[in-house]
Unconditional design. Structure first.
Length: 336
């Protein structure tokens, strides 16, 4: 089994390896569930204690924490000269976050959003995806494009800082003692680590178990691995839904998508030192699906000033169709 690129238990095989994988799977499940509780509780407390809107906390602090595994893996791949998969991974992650995770969130708990704040951040996400598509039409993502994407990221962060300062001036700040701060920070860190390591344990052990019982690599790739890249966001969203924190959930998804496309991806291009190749399937399939998904999530919400449950169902339908076509393409039934 591989954990963060390192192989462990290589000397085991057969039933012993499956037994170890099953134990690790249970541990990973426990870590992600409990870590999600600690993570969301501490993030919610931070928002209430500072007066910063929960959508902003979700789009910044929470998003940075949940995208940390992708950042580390992408940077390591770029440093090892394997950054050619960065574009597909980034766009695929945005599509999964938007269609599956936001879809589940909206079906369970569609709610009102701050139109001005959401319009800016949603607009930045659409601009990043459309801009990335246009720049990549030549089959390459040039290194200079990193500065355009970073400019979008900078606008995103500045808007969050301004909104956070304005929010901190309202009267809805909860009272707390200074001695609470270290413990809340500690639980946030513990929650983050639990989700990150728990997700890695789940994905690695899940791959081992699936392979051990005869499930094909294609199916494993499009289920266990695909879900694994977005598992931290998924766990955070499910926990936020259970705790009635819809703003934290949506902010996390939007923020994670912006970080994926405007921070992690251009960072890979710069570290790689040369243009990143864009595959044909990215241009004719992945990018268009991503644009459609983000448009479904953002444009109606800006118009109505709130999310609608039908958006959740529509996003889930896009996810199912997207995954079905990818699997059919992989097995040669259709050609994308």
């Amino acid at each position: 089994m591989e954990f963060f690129g390192f192989t462990l238990f290589g000397g085991l095989s057969g039933g012993a390896l499956l037994a170890v994988a099953a134990v690790i799977f249970i541990v990973g499940l426990a870590l992600t569930i409990k870590g999600g509780d600690w993570f969301v509780d501490s993030a919610s407390w931070f928002a209430e204690a500072t007066g910063i809107p929960k959508f902003v906390v979700g789009a910044t602090v929470v998003s940075f924490a949940t995208t940390l595994p992708e950042l580390l893996v992408s940077v390591r791949a770029a440093m090892n000269g394997s950054a050619q998969l960065a574009i597909g991974n980034a766009v695929g992650s945005v599509t999964a976050n938007t269609t599956l995770i936001m879809g589940v969130s909206l079906v369970a708990m569609a709610g009102v959003v701050g139109r001005k704040s959401f319009a800016l951040k949603g607009g930045l996400l659409l601009a990043a995806i459309v801009g990335l598509t246009v720049i990549s039409l030549g089959g390459m993502l040039p290194t200079w494009s990193a500065f355009i994407l970073w400019a979008i990221f900078l606008v995103f962060m500045v808007s969050n800082v301004i909104e956070g300062k304005n929010g901190a001036q309202n009267d809805e700040i909860i009272s707390y003692e200074k001695k609470e701060i270290p413990s809340k920070i500690l639980w946030f860190v513990i929650g983050t680590a639990s989700i990150v390591f728990g997700a890695e344990f789940l994905v690695s052990s899940g791959k081992t178990i699936a392979s051990g019982i005869g499930i094909s690599e294609t199916i494993i790739g499009f289920t266990v691995i695909a879900l694994g890249t977005s598992l931290p966001e998924f766990v955070t969203t499910l926990t936020a839904i259970r705790k009635k924190e819809s703003s934290l959930s949506v902010g996390n998804i939007v923020g994670a998508n912006i970080i994926d496309t405007t921070l992690i991806l251009p960072l890979c291009a710069v570290i790689n030192g040369q243009p990143l190749p864009v595959e044909r399937i990215n241009l004719v399939f992945d990018f268009p699906v991503c644009i459609v998904a983000c448009s479904l999530a953002i444009i109606p919400t800006i118009i109505f000033g709130r999310f609608k449950k039908w958006q959740g169902y529509a996003l889930l339908a896009v996810y199912v169709l997207y995954m079905l076509l990818l699997i059919l393409n992989e097995v040669g039934v259709v050609a994308l």
